[in-house]
Design a protein around this ligand. Sequence first.
Ligand code: HEM
Length: 423
Amino acid sequence: MRHGLTRRQLLAGSGLATAGLIAGAAGTGTGVERAGAATADDSSGAPPSPDGGSTVPFLGDHQAGIATPEQARMVFAAFDLTATGADALEELLTAWTRAAALLTAGEPVEGPAAGPFVPPADTGEALGLPASNLTVTVGFGPTLFDGRFGLAAKKPAALTELPPFAGDQLDATRSGGDLCIQACADDAQVAFHAVHNLARAALGTATLRYLQTCFGRAASVGSTGRAPRNLLGFRDGTNNLDPSDDATMRKFVWVDRTTTDQPWMAGGTYLVARRIRIHLEEWDRNTLDVQQDTIGRVKATGAPLGQTHEHAPVDLQALGSDAQPVIPEFAHIRQAAPTTNGGQAILRRGYSFADGVDPQSGELDAGLFFVCFQKDPRRQFVPIQSRLSLNDALSEYLVATGSAVFACPPGVADGKPWGHTLL
Ligand code: HEM
């Protein structure tokens, strides 16, 4: 896509230059260029991006990174604001929006020109790398509305702290946050670079609260129509909501102007993040039959039990020759299914994580960084998770160690920063 384009043409083509999101002021610059991004006069002869069209549009009615295809990697970060006052928040969101527009176009971030006393604007580890389908998604935590920024009256009712669930062992330092950034890309270094530079731009205004690096959702696997496997070895995402289906997204994911108590959230959505550690050593000791009965699907194919194809419809009524349900009573997919939960559904977009070894037990500290999007967590994630924590056979192997909810505002256009409908 970017072959032969000058940087100016690229930005004009992606709408970024006209939208005013890229600072063009004299005295700003990166001093360096990313792969395929030639200088403004295109005299550098920089090589084209090796993998061509690997950008996801930043501008739009909805933020990217929600309905857009899953990438292979995610870095998820939560921040605490140290500054107070709406101006500080607005300045940070404006700087983040500009930076995210550049980063997702495969460009380095801009800032004061480097000099004897001025470090380079961009940290540099993604120089020479293509945009790798990078998406950067922002969210606002419930604590952002606690009065420090004059936003108490604008707190959506749906942005309520999650209640405790049976079996949770939450670590406060891995939970909550005033703001979150979800950076997804097909290259781990590109995703990390985005968060690294946004954290740097927040210096003096916000500090990192936690950061989770994740893996496991290669787009090339997804494009075969088969869901990628999680650390249990099962395909995960098969019976997810279809993010390309507008009617489904309007029904379950995008906040609707007519029903929200806070019109600034129209076109946005709510993100629930749960760091779920899986006791893999215990899981791995199970026979294949026990594993399959726990999930309700065939491990090799991903098909629902009793079926042969991954995408065969789940029939929760089916009985075996022994007159017992083919999909057991406490199987994960039965307990999580919309029909078991009053028709409620969520858009799942989680990734696996592996954070080394738990020093106490000598076991893996690995699992699923579960992320889901919905119109209202009080009617979607919360009741579904309440049921799973009590009735799901899988919950025996799971411990949530982190938990957070964020309001993701609508997307941006026309040079406006993230949160412009709020501030
Ligand atoms: C470590 C934690 C988890 C693992 C390993 C896991 C794994 C899986 C797997 C293998 C499937 C079947 C394939 C598919 O349709 O995607 C599935 C389905 C599903 N999971 Fe999970 N899951 C986890 C946590 C959760 C949580 C916390 C929720 C929601 C609160 C959830 C909601 C669902 C839903 C809604 C389905 C689809 C059910 C249906 O067929 O209608 N999962 N999960």
